[in-house]
Design a protein around this ligand. Structure first.
Ligand code: UTP
Length: 311
């Protein structure tokens, strides 16, 4: 294994410059990472996760809609003064919480040339340090310890660490997929190869790569020379594949609660689940939801064509 830097991980990079085409038209003028999940934008959950894992320096890689993300993590003096004047301290806290999570920086990815390119844009900020990458539309439940577990694996073994989740083989074409060999500890595997979005019959496993990475800074040198791959995009998977071929990548197998907000159906499931879990909204919302679900069968019997409002 190439000797790795022993520096601890302090910085997180959150790529949020994709086009979000699966969520159009909502994402025409708003980044998908800013879509509300109950009452916070998706990206705030991600920054909260980084902060909870001890990463106090967060770099957002933004695209066309830079402004909304910047504003959300900035102070909002006028709004804060108005809430203060009304004595609305709970909302004042909620407004302030985003900007207090970490030192937040922004960098622009001119054209969305791919996730690998977005990560490469972070090079000047990250420098020669290992760093975490958290995708801004991929949420891990706050009760899980995935990122901390990945940071522990990096501390013990060096190299790079990716997060893997077993999926139905019929779904593997939607993800990067890892070829794996047994690792030194429970729940950790050695990654021997990676393929971006393989067809089910060409997939080396059903281990899907999900949106958390702890990367050695040598990934930047690899990304500098990574050619566009699948979909004409510079793929992070292709760069990590090169590190995996040298035996420098481990995978932490995640079996916990994860919510994808980049896809319409998954987004809806996420909002419903998280609303049910909220102590302030959950009890009332669950009661309504149960009632609503019981009417669905009825609707279908009356109207086999589908929706409540179908003609
Ligand atoms: P996705 O492939 O899910 O994002 O990228 P997308 O391209 O925005 O989505 P669709 O498929 O068109 O709906 C995963 C993550 O990488 C970021 C995205 O913002 C998302 O968080 N990304 C992707 C970038 O920052 N830059 C890119 O060039 C591509």
């Amino acid at each position: 294994m190439t000797p790795h830097t022993t520096k601890t991980v302090r910085k997180a990079v959150v790529p949020a410059a994709g086009l979000g085409t699966r969520f159009l038209p909502a994402t025409k003028a708003t980044p998908k990472e800013m879509l509300p999940v109950v009452d916070k934008p998706a990206i705030q959950y991600v920054v909260e996760e980084a902060s909870a894992a001890g990463l106090d320096d967060v770099l957002m890689v933004t695209g066309r809609h830079k402004r909304a993300i910047e504003d959300h993590f900035d102070q909002a003096s006028e709004l804060e003064r108005a809430l203060e004047a009304k004595g609305d301290l709970a909302r004042l806290d909620a407004v302030r919480s985003a900007s207090a999570l970490a030192r937040i920086h922004h960098i622009r990815q001119g054209d969305p040339l791919g996730l690998g390119h977005a990560v490469l844009c972070a090079r000047s900020h990250v420098g020669d340090e290992p760093f975490a990458v958290l995708l801004g539309d991929d949420l891990i439940d706050e009760r899980e310890t995935l990122l901390k577990d990945m940071l522990d694996v990096r501390t013990r073994h060096g190299g790079s660490v990716i997060a893997l989740m077993e999926v139905d083989p019929a779904q593997i074409h939607l993800y990067g997929c890892a070829a794996v060999a047994p690792g030194e500890q429970d729940g950790v595997v050695r990654v021997t190869g990676l393929v971006e979005k393989p067809a089910a019959d060409a997939a080396p496993s059903n281990y899907a790569v999900i949106g958390r990475y702890v990367l050695d800074p040598q990934v930047f040198d690899v990304l500098e020379r990574t050619e566009p791959g699948r979909g004409g995009e510079i793929q992070l998977t292709d760069a990590i594949e090169e590190l995996a071929a040298k035996g420098e990548v481990r995978g932490v197998v995640f079996r916990g609660r994860r919510y994808d907000t980049g896809d319409k159906a998954d987004y809806l499931r996420t909002v419903v689940r998280l609303a049910c879990d909220r102590p302030d909204l959950g009890p009332e919302f669950r009661t309504w939801l149960k009632e609503f679900v019981s009417t669905l069968d009825l609707d279908l019997d009356l109207n086999p064509e589908g929706g409540r409002f179908a003609a």
